[in-house]
Write a protein that binds this ligand. Structure first.
Ligand SMILES: Nc1nc2c(ncn2[C@@H]2O[C@H](COP(=O)(O)OP(=O)(O)OP(=O)(O)O)[C@@H](O)[C@H]2O)c(=O)[nH]1
Ligand SMILES: [Mg+2]
Length: 202
């Protein structure tokens, strides 16, 4: 979280995390396509020729007000490829909310599990834990015949009982319900933090 007092703006950072090719960038593509141009920045992408994210994707959205401040949501994706671990950790710096984009295909379950473990480890480097953090799960690629049953994915990945969504990012199905929920959870956590800081006279 970052507060720009001069502009009365509150900046909140939401990171789309998950294994390679699970559909993180596709989520941002769809959000960018659908949001009113007056309420968003350009979509910035740093990618290889094969469309793999190499650093991050970024888009900024404006939504409502919190405590009289204008919140700006900064949405990032991380690169999912295994050897980009350090980049993923750096992308988590200052994170306020997370969407974990899992690939529903049964043969990607191990990658989904490994990357979730990697997320826990990287969050811990910032003193945060998944047990006590605003995050949601998104089971993407529901359109594919090889998609595992949601109950199975949930029993393996949803260890902290967080809200979960089925999605097909290429058609946009489930993309905004996921985004709305993570914004809701993030805003309520930030509300609490601001109230505590006000009480403590920070
Ligand atoms: N069938 C299907 N394909 C999808 C879906 N979401 C994404 N894809 C495709 O999967 C491929 C990878 O999607 P990306 O959004 O680039 O994946 P990513 O998670 O950003 O991958 P990295 O940047 O390498 O971590 C692309 O060809 C997408 O079009 C989906 O819901 N269904
Ligand atoms: Mg990507």
């Amino acid at each position: 979280m970052f507060i720009n007092q001069a502009l009365n703006e509150l900046h909140l950072k939401i990171v789309y995390y998950g294994p390679g090719l699970s559909g993180k960038t596709e989520n941002l593509n769809y959000i960018h396509k659908k949001i009113d141009p007056a309420l968003k920045s350009d979509l910035m992408m740093l990618k290889t020729r094969e469309d793999r994210t190499i650093f991050f994707d970024f888009i900024q959205l404006e939504v409502g007000r919190i405590n009289g401040k204008k919140p700006k949501f900064n949405l990032y994706t991380v690169p999912g490829q295994v050897n980009y671990d350090l980049t993923r950790r750096i992308c988590l710096n200052g994170v306020d909310g997370i969407v974990y984009v899992a690939d529903s295909q049964i043969d990607r379950l191990k990658a989904d599990l490994d990357t979730l473990e990697d997320l826990e480890k990287n969050l811990l480097a910032y003193g945060k834990t998944l047990e006590n953090f605003p995050w949601v799960l998104q089971y993407n690629k529901r359109d594919l015949p090889s998609a595992a049953p949601v109950d199975l994915l949930n029993s393996k990945l949803n260890i902290y009982n967080v809200p979960y969504f089925e999605s097909t990012a290429i058609t946009g199905n489930g993309v905004f319900s996921t985004l709305k929920e993570v914004i809701k959870l993030t805003v309520s956590m930030v509300h609490e933090r601001l109230k505590e800081e006000e009480r403590a006279g920070v």
